[in-house]
Design a protein around this ligand. Sequence first.
Ligand SMILES: NC(=O)c1ccc[n+]([C@@H]2O[C@H](COP(=O)([O-])OP(=O)(O)OC[C@H]3O[C@@H](n4cnc5c(N)ncnc54)[C@H](O)[C@@H]3O)[C@@H](O)[C@H]2O)c1
Length: 334
Amino acid sequence: MSRLKLGVIGAGVWGKNHVRTVAGLADAELAAVCDTDTKVRDRVARQYPVTHVTADVVDLLSQVDGVIVASPAASHARIALQCVEAGKPCLVEKPFALTVRDAEAVARLAADRKVSVAAGHLLVFHPAVERLRALVQEGELGKIFYLYGLRVNLGQIRADENALWSFGPHDVSMALYLLNDQPIRVAAQGRSYLQPGVEDVVFLTMEFASGILAHVQLSWLDPHKERKLTVVGAKKMVVFDDMEPREKLRIYDKGVDRPPEYGSYGESLAIREGDIFIPKIPNIEPLAAELGHFVRVARDGEVPRASAADGVRVVRVLDAATRSLAAGGTPVTL
Ligand SMILES: NC(=O)c1ccc[n+]([C@@H]2O[C@H](COP(=O)([O-])OP(=O)(O)OC[C@H]3O[C@@H](n4cnc5c(N)ncnc54)[C@H](O)[C@@H]3O)[C@@H](O)[C@H]2O)c1
């Protein structure tokens, strides 16, 4: 089978990881890279002498079978529409778009033209998240009560998107994927300490119809680097710590048991502290898994694990959170 010709649009801080990963794929080749910055183009041309390097999206589209869009967020929807118009499947980095309208326009055109569009929700390809999803969906944790995540560190401080739009897509897409559900209400509070109008820290809460509450703390102004998610179920609890080099998931056989004769007295609730289990998680780089999957989407028509519709769902949550932020944290119904 011939190797799929992939192109990357935007080879900056993150896009260069796409470039490197595509170049290493067995069943695809790095056919073209497009970047508006001359210095970036020169670097790519030096590193990948046989790759077509250009400043023009249309030129890139003429060279490839599929596209990864890793340019700044404000250009995602416009470039994704260009890819779909040209009939080229594309994977659009997070955030999928900056408005619900733009996200829906991409999803609609993709459906009309029958061109596959994937959302760059990297964490749904994390092997620990896949395992965690199975635990949640197969009932191993019992009824899910709530979950909370921490995504904090110092930098990269962005001027064109706040901590909600920069980090939030990861946690929102992960929560929606784990629960296989969408929130009905969203509330967010945040503050801009470093640049006016660009929140450095955001506390986001999502409420699901099932009663599940999901909370996320997002910040690029924090002394710690934390990438953590805790899921609390009626039977078991799990902590996913992505800063751990190997033991990324810990399953706690802990909970509070309610005896059958339980009345209304709290003291009859029994705390259960059982074993802690650390499953072996395959050591697969999520980006390599995401791009390997995208090759199958673009070449074989496999259904994207994170589709344009998923991109729209996450943008809807971020948009509602933005409205809540502007209203000082008042919950917004979706
Ligand atoms: N999935 C992840 O884990 C992850 C991590 C970091 C960033 N991102 C996302 O990736 C995107 C890029 O982020 P970054 O940190 O690499 O930004 P960046 O500013 O470092 O890089 C963007 C690159 O795109 C180029 N560019 C700008 N406009 C362009 C256009 N119209 N056509 C072609 N090239 C253009 C710029 O010259 C630059 O080289 C953002 O949406 C960001 O949120 C995703």
